[in-house]
Design a protein around this ligand. Structure first.
Ligand SMILES: Nc1nc2c(c(=O)[nH]1)N[C@H]1C(S)=C(S)[C@@H](COP(=O)(O)OP(=O)(O)OC[C@H]3O[C@@H](n4cnc5c(N)ncnc54)[C@H](O)[C@@H]3O)O[C@H]1N2
Ligand code: MOO
Length: 461
């Protein structure tokens, strides 16, 4: 990388602006949500409190193999075969066999000619057919897999024909012991941990019906600009489809938020104020695009610059980013408001760098951190601001500048050139003092394909 030693002027660094954004948000409170609901809702929740098991897993001693439950004392220690009478049949879902009264060997509680109750008293060696997951009777201490016995195999759905079985002692007992996996009070998750499919399932096994999870962040997305028409609507000459509100809504959704998309508000300060009044009631964060730079019709600036009792904590910044320089922060009726630039790539970059982490804080998650990647082919980098370059992975650990699926007719690099985003899986962050990135250089890349960072073990409370 070559560095021309230029000073970036009075621009705020991206790190400082991120800190300013994050200073405005705190993790949302926890709520109890049913496991069945968590299993089918979009990912991204974190625990708002620690979670401990309520029950034993497995809840009872269970067969780990289809075979015969036996008492080891009945099998010769030298491994020679023995023939046992088959006195019962246990399937998954059968009740745990109760110990018959006055009998120290519990053969289970089933009926029939060879009822174990009847056989219990003559104490002759016996075996019970048992299927994987069925409760092991208290008298038995091992399961011999069917393929290691004279039976060879069971016929699914077939009758229980065998009256006796010849088998020998095996090196493993094939019994899943009650509580060997999880015991009541065992820690399953800490505050801040991600709600994963495994956590939902283990919690269910361990007797829980819900988890204390942080509320999903609710994000309102508004675009501004009198040139905008609803996507798919008729675009008169000079007007363009509102793509940013779709972009930001989809990005917020992918970041784990519930989204209220307002679409385009014209360049009229009162219309913007009214739109803000309408959305702030039910949301944790407002994100707008456009109207934040220095133009005569820049409506966000007009609203931010005028005194208003609903407005607080206004922070207008020129950030040392290309694209993504004009940014503003405020509160509208107390709700944090991130005002992003209108150029579509600028909006995309601003979301990835500033809004996604804010959604993460609201949700109680750790941020997605940049990773070091090697550059496959050189690209020029205008110095002075951190150059944010859409890149794609060409092989593990190596990236190249993302290009549109069809070759771009123009230079295609500014905040307005969106097609290169189509193939990007990361944003390279090239420092402001670099004017050329060479093949083999290492750059920081913010991953886009991970929608959010994992919950931190023991993370944000
Ligand atoms: N004199 C200056 N002019 C500009 C500056 C500056 O510092 N001084 N900054 C430039 C930079 S950098 C950017 S980025 C843009 C951002 O300006 P705004 O946030 O005010 O954005 P707009 O002017 O409203 O729009 C910019 C561009 O993006 C298109 N756009 C806007 N919203 C949407 C949307 N929802 N969907 C699709 N496209 C959208 C809009 O039509 C414009 O072409 O300002 C530079 N100017
Ligand atoms: O900062 Mo603008 O975001 O260069 O495109």
């Amino acid at each position: 990388m070559s560095a021309p030693h230029r000073t970036p002027g009075t621009l705020r660094s991206a790190e400082e602006h991120l800190a300013a954004v994050l200073a405005r948000v705190t993790p949302l409170p926890a709520e109890d949500v049913a496991l069945a609901e968590l299993a089918v809702e979009p990912p991204g929740r974190t625990l708002g409190a620690e979670v401990r098991a309520a029950a034993l897993v497995p809840p009872f001693d269970a067969a780990a193999m289809d075979g015969y439950a036996v008492r080891l004392a009945d099998l010769p220690a030298d491994g020679s075969p023995v023939t046992l009478q088959v006195v019962g049949d246990l399937r998954p879902g059968d009740p745990v066999p109760a110990a018959p009264e006055g009998c120290e060997r519990d053969f289970g509680d089933y009926s029939g000619e060879n009822s174990p109750r009847n056989r219990a008293h003559n104490a002759s060696p016996a075996a019970v057919r048992i299927m994987t997951g069925a409760p092991v009777p208290g008298w038995a201490d091992a399961v011999v897999p069917v393929e290691r016995t004279s039976t060879g195999r069971f016929v699914a759905g077939g009758p229980t024909t065998e009256h006796d079985v010849t088998l020998a002692r095996q090196p493993r007992g094939h019994v899943r012991r009650q509580g060997e996996d999880v015991r009541p009070g065992d820690l399953l998750g800490r505050t801040g941990d991600a709600v994963t499919p495994a956590l939902v399932a283990v919690a269910a096994s361990a007797g829980l019906t819900s988890l204390p999870v942080r509320r999903r962040p609710r994000v309102a997305v508004l675009s501004t600009g009198s040139e905008l028409v609803t996507a798919g609507g008729r675009a008169e000459p000079g007007r363009i489809p509102d793509s940013n509100s779709l972009l930001l809504a989809a990005l917020a959704r992918a970041a784990g938020a519930d989204v209220v998309r307002v679409g385009a508000v014209p360049d009229d300060p009162d219309a913007l104020r009214t739109a803000l009044d309408t959305v702030v009631g039910g949301v944790d964060l407002v994100v707008t695009t456009g109207g934040v730079s220095a133009g005569a019709s820049d409506v966000v600036r007009a609203v931010l610059d005028a005194p208003d009792a609903r407005l607080a904590d206004v922070d207008v910044a020129a950030v040392g980013l290309r694209p993504g320089r004009p940014q503003a922060l405020a509160r509208w009726q107390g709700v944090p408001w991130a005002a992003l630039p209108g150029n579509p790539v600028s909006a995309f970059v601003s979301f990835a760098l500033f809004v996604r982490p804010a959604v993460g804080v609201l949700a109680g998650r750790e941020p997605v951190l940049p990773v070091r990647r090697t550059v496959a082919e050189a690209w020029p980098s205008p110095p002075g601001r951190t150059h944010v370059v859409p890149v794609r992975t060409v092989r593990p650990g190596v990236v190249e500048r993302a290009t549109p699926p069809d070759p771009a007719p123009g230079p295609g690099s500014g905040g307005h050139a969106t097609a290169a985003l189509l193939g990007a899986d990361g944003l390279a962050l090239v420092p402001p003092d670099v004017d050329k990135v060479d093949a083999g250089d290492e750059v920081d890349v913010l991953p886009l394909d991970l929608p959010f960072g994992a919950g931190a073990p023991g993370g944000a409370a």
